[in-house]
Design a protein around this ligand. Structure first.
Ligand code: SAH
Length: 477
């Protein structure tokens, strides 16, 4: 993050704007709306500024800027003249005085930049692109404008008015949060948005009188986080992640996805690496139930889809037995995500009429699968957790009649900026692996349609080093 976002209290504080043109007028308006005591220094003012001055809303010094102007006890300074030398001079002097200064459209001369804002006072959303593109910031703002109903300001007023009473009634912060979330998404909010403020107050009083603190059972959300690209999350996954009190996650969940969960949630890592389980499955099951019984909303975040090689079934089995409410949110499973991002259609009219997902996980040094069926033609077979067992997979397929020329692809860290695809045939792939040394998580795809990837591949992983590696993922569920 290049800039620290903060909201500054300038109520009745002296603020200086150097310049009296259109650009200056916009900044004066902003400072004035935030309650600042604005002085404008400029030989001339636009009609809008003249009017503000005539109404006594701003102070005007009708002359050019002088160095000593910065000694006037201002809390912040904005330079908005059309003369770059003056703006730069103001900036340099302000910095000498350790005064926050902004030169409009010149980030290099600024000690602070002014964001694009969505004003639903007291709710204010500020958007910055770090000075890179004010136009992009404005486009983002326009989207937010349409997302945030104008009633949100009034809703915030209600929160402010009831804050102390709600706090007195609900001592426990979890109970309090639960109550507010219920209010802000329920009948009170609906009445505010409809403009019925009096009714909203009545409903609020009733809700407050009826609510019982404590004793609530929480809930577990078994959420599929997808294969790595955060854009592939579902809306529901995102919403639940942003409401969670606790996020229980394992190695398969990419950092970029974890970063979207509620910031002040508690994060519990129960990672699973090959042969190095941070927490036993039974303990994870028990932990989820225990957290929910404490009244918490628990997101159990899993890579891909929770029901595909994710042991999701076992986890909700325990919850079911213990009477803990839960929901399951599907995610894009690795096979679907990796195939799409590698340009490999899993089914295809000419090459594959079916697709099979199997685990290539070794048990006692072997893989116990129905090889005869997997060797049938005209299908795509996807192996999860198959990297370690690849030599056995290759052997068994060939032994059961798959030609050595059958295309095969290994997709490493699919859908992420680190995605790599290694391909060959059953006959050559072990050599490729020896040379390229793919790392987990890697998905293996076998079938004719793998060869289409040379024509259909579209996703070019930027593999930018500043992204850092995504958390590497165990080769086991
Ligand atoms: N529930 C998960 C799968 C868990 S098993 C899902 O639905 O995707 C773990 C295996 O999934 C890994 O060993 C690897 O084979 C595969 N996998 C998961 N994410 C992957 C990714 N981003 N790229 C490649 N393979 C991945």
């Amino acid at each position: 993050m290049r800039y620290l976002p903060i909201f500054l209290d300038i109520q009745s504080k002296p603020c200086l704007v150097v310049g009296g043109g259109e650009v200056a007028a916009r900044k004066v308006d902003l400072l004035h709306r935030a309650g600042g005591a604005v002085t404008v220094i400029a030989p001339e003012l636009t009609p809008a500024l003249q009017e503000l001055h005539a109404k006594g809303h701003i102070h005007h010094l009708s002359r050019a800027f002088e160095d000593r102007d910065l000694e006037g006890g201002y809390h912040l300074v904005i330079a908005a003249t059309n003369q770059p030398e003056i703006n730069q001079r103001v900036s340099a002097l302000a910095r000498e005085h350790r005064l926050p200064v902004n030169v409009v459209d010149h980030p290099d001369d600024c000690s602070f930049i002014v964001p694009s804002i969505v004003d639903r006072s007291p709710v204010v959303v500020a958007v910055s692109t770090g000075g890179a593109s004010p136009i992009l910031a404005r486009l983002i703002r326009a989207r937010l404008e349409s997302l945030i109903p104008s009633g949100y300001g009034r809703l915030a007023d209600i929160c402010a008015r009831y804050r102390d009473r709600v706090k007195a009634k609900f001592r426990n912060p979890n109970d309090r949060r639960g109550f507010w979330e219920y209010i802000l998404q329920g009948r009170v909010a609906e009445r505010v948005f409809a403009g019925n403020l009096r009714e909203a107050d009545i409903v609020m009083e009733n809700e407050l009188a009826a609510a019982k603190p404590g004793g609530g059972m929480g809930e577990v959300y078994l959420v599929g986080g997808g294969p790595g690209d955060p854009d592939l999350l579902t809306f529901r996954a995102l919403r639940l992640m942003q409401q969670a009190d606790v996020v229980v996650y394992d190695r398969l969940v990419a950092k970029a996805i974890l970063a979207l969960a509620r910031r002040d949630a508690q994060y519990i890592y129960v990672g699973k690496e090959r042969d190095n389980h941070a927490m036993r499955q039974e303990d994870i099951n028990a932990l989820l139930a225990q957290l929910a019984r404490q009244g918490k909303r628990v997101v159990r975040l899993k890579g891909g889809d929770p029901f595909i090689f994710g042991r999701g079934g076992e986890e909700i089995d325990t919850l079911m037995a213990e009477g803990v409410p839960f929901q399951v949110v599907p995610g894009i499973t690795a096979a679907v995500g990796c195939a799409a991002y590698a340009g490999i259609p899993l089914t295809h009219r000419d090459h594959a009429q079916s697709v099979t997902f199997v685990t290539g996980h070794l048990k006692d040094g072997t893989i116990n699968l129905n090889w005869k069926q997997l060797a049938e033609p005209n299908q795509t077979v996807v192996f999860y957790m198959g990297l370690v067992g690849l030599p056995i997979i290759v052997d068994k397929l060939i032994e059961h009649g798959v030609p050595a020329e059958m295309p095969i692809a290994l997709v490493q860290q699919g859908t992420t900026p680190m995605q790599r695809v290694f391909s060959g045939t059953l006959g050559t792939i072990l050599e490729v692996v020896e040379h390229e040394k793919p790392k987990p998580p890697t998905l293996i795809i076998v079938g004719e349609s793998v060869s289409l990837r040379h024509k259909l591949g579209w996703f070019e992983a930027p593999s930018r080093s500043e992204e850092g590696p995504i958390q590497t993922i165990g080769d086991q569920p």
